[in-house]
Write a protein that binds this ligand. Structure first.
Ligand SMILES: Nc1ncnc2c1ncn2[C@@H]1O[C@H](COP(=O)(O)OP(=O)(O)O)[C@@H](O)[C@H]1O
Ligand SMILES: [Mg+2]
Length: 357
């Protein structure tokens, strides 16, 4: 009778195999697709992003050492599958925004985590500090900058200059551009890739941004070709990653981080949004999803942590009514949270300080 192999011991070996640059193990990255045991033979299928391919030999060696040492294991077969990065990664880079000193993209692996809220509020803080700031909403399917600033196609879209350039809308000292300014919210946007790229190109080439110190680009959710061609169209100084603490293993954020690393965009840092709940009645703070998860994940990946934004009724209502809290009530506790994050970004970008708030 062959000795029964312990599955727990195999899980442990996989959990001890850390992928460098991700700060996580094969288990926590959900990279193990199948484990088959057949008498003394163990077969493991692993699926990882192509970015980690150079670690294949190291992973193999570590797993051979640990798994072949488990009683009953006579043979180990490892099967690797490499998840392709979007094809646009190899495309040529260009700079369609030469008059903008710093382009900062705000990204996340998925939607609804608060990218637009954070981009809008940080942009407001930096504009208040005297920087020349723009905010471009690159989320063509779900534009939200219009709502956050109380402007849309209905309230009078952007004007066209005598030279034919589109003039961005201005609010709180910010220059704003969004698909929501050009089309009615009720019209469905049924476009395909090339048209989307064209619209984003036009946002860069045909909008008169003027000389800006910093332009924030609020990216669409995800990590595909649209995001990459956008990044390739400008000289991007850095990326801000937004994650919520619900994403326990930080998996969605890691996808975004992997993408920015693949296209060599420096990551300015990670913001945790919807961290704790602050009771609107008594101000008591409850960390619904625990504390320090995103901070710890950022640390293990050697990325700066930029701050925690609580889940807060006023942050939502002010956004929904066109007055981001960082502009409306900059000295409120919520406003100050955004000022702290914005100041870290100001430093990371080495923006010359115009004025202290
Ligand atoms: N810290 C927060 N507290 C309360 N509501 C928030 C917070 N951050 C975002 N929201 C709300 O969550 C929703 C999604 O946020 P949004 O910024 O549009 O996300 P994304 O751009 O990532 O899709 C919006 O209704 C927004 O007002
Ligand atoms: Mg958004």
């Amino acid at each position: 009778m062959p000795q029964k192999i312990s599955r727990a011991a195999i899980f442990e070996a996989l959990d001890n195999t850390v992928i460098h640059g991700s700060g996580s193990s094969l288990m926590t990255m959900k990279a193990v697709k199948a484990i088959d045991l057949d008498e003394g033979r163990v077969q493991i299928s692993i699926r990882l992003q192509e970015t980690y391919k150079e670690q294949e030999t190291a992973i193999q060696e570590q797993l051979r050492t640990t798994i072949l040492a488990i009683p009953g294991v006579e043979r180990l077969d490892l099967d690797f599958e490499w998840e392709k990065l979007p094809s646009a990664i190899g495309a040529e880079k260009q700079n369609l925004l030469p008059a903008v000193k710093r382009v900062v993209v705000v990204g996340s692996g998925k939607g609804g985590v608060g990218k637009s809220t954070i981009a809008a509020n940080i942009a407001c803080v930096l504009a208040r500090k005297g920087h020349r700031v723009g905010l471009m909403d690159a989320d063509l399917y779900g534009p939200s900058i219009g709502m956050m600033f109380g402007v849309d196609a209905g309230t009078g879209g952007p004007q066209v200059s005598s030279s034919g350039a589109i003039l961005p809308l201005e609010k709180y000292g910010l220059k704003l551009m969004s698909m929501g300014f050009l089309i009615d919210e009720d019209q469905p946007i049924i476009w395909r890739g090339p048209m989307l790229n064209k619209a984003l190109n036009q946002f860069m080439t045909e909008v008169e941004w003027g000389d800006l110190d910093v332009l924030f680009i609020d990216l669409p959710p995800g990590t595909g070709d649209i995001q990459i061609s956008l990044i390739h169209s400008a000289n991007v100084s850095g990326a801000i990653i937004v994650s919520t603490p619900q994403d326990i293993a930080f998996l969605d954020a890691k996808k975004a981080i992997g993408m920015f690393r693949a296209v060599q965009v420096p990551i300015l840092g990670v913001v945790e949004n919807m961290s704790s709940f602050i009771c609107p009645n008594c101000g008591f703070e409850t960390p619904i999803f625990g504390r320090g998860g995103v901070r710890g994940a950022a640390k293990s990946m050697n990325l700066p942590f930029l701050g925690e934004i609580p889940i807060d009724m006023q942050i939502r209502t002010t956004s929904d009514t066109g007055t981001p809290i960082a502009a409306l009530r900059p000295d409120s506790p919520q406003g100050r949270v955004f000022s702290d994050v914005a100041e870290k970004i100001e430093k990371a970008l080495s923006l010359s300080i115009v004025k202290q708030l």
